[in-house]
Design a binder for this molecule. Structure first.
Ligand code: HEC
Length: 145
């Protein structure tokens, strides 16, 4: 999985560079362009609510993950969360058995759940991410998913 992340991290870095070149073009993408998920019809959900509604079915209420039919990694005490960009990336684009949430969660919601996970379950990472950080990594909302 490390290999996969490194490969995708290359794409991520390339898109960061690209978004720097393009300025705010991505941020200006029509937010109403994807109505199917209802994402744009609600007030942003708080981080704990996002976790309960979208994450805990797999990662468990205590974020300690589970092994059974599949392997759901623990987010509690997970050193990979030290770099905030990693969970943002995994949530946006998915990875292995982890579904992607691009087009399903707002930038604010992804930032909130990343900040929630990184500051709960025994995690104490001090540097929160912002919706703008997520927007930089999101790119345009895909038309087809
Ligand atoms: C359908 C089950 C499922 C859901 C829902 C889900 N995940 Fe995951 N998640 C996974 C699996 C499986 C992996 C391991 C992916 C891999 O590397 O193969 C994973 C990996 C991760 C990782 C990387 C952990 C690591 O050690 O590399 C993070 C961070 C993460 N998930 C956060 C979240 C958050 C936050 C949510 C809610 C927005 C969420 N996940 C929802 C199944 C899920």
């Amino acid at each position: 999985m490390k290999h996969r992340f490194e490969r995708r991290a290359g794409v991520w870095l390339a898109s960061l560079a690209c978004s720097a070149l393009m300025g705010t073009a991505w941020a200006d993408a029509d937010p109403g362009s994807d109505q199917r998920t209802g994402m744009h019809d609600r007030e942003p959900l708080a981080g704990d609510v996002v976790y309960q509604q979208y994450c805990q079915a797999c990662h468990m209420a205590d974020a300690k993950g589970a092994a059974g039919a599949g392997l759901f990694p623990a987010l509690a005490g997970n050193p990979l969360l030290a770099a905030a960009g990693y969970p943002v990336y995994v949530i946006l684009y998915g990875q292995g058995g982890m579904p992607w949430f691009n087009g399903m969660l707002k930038d604010e919601e992804i930032a909130a759940v990343v900040n929630y996970v990184r500051s709960h379950f025994g995690n104490q990472f001090p540097d929160p991410v912002s919706a703008a950080d997520v927007a930089q990594m999101r790119g345009p909302v895909p038309v087809e998913q």
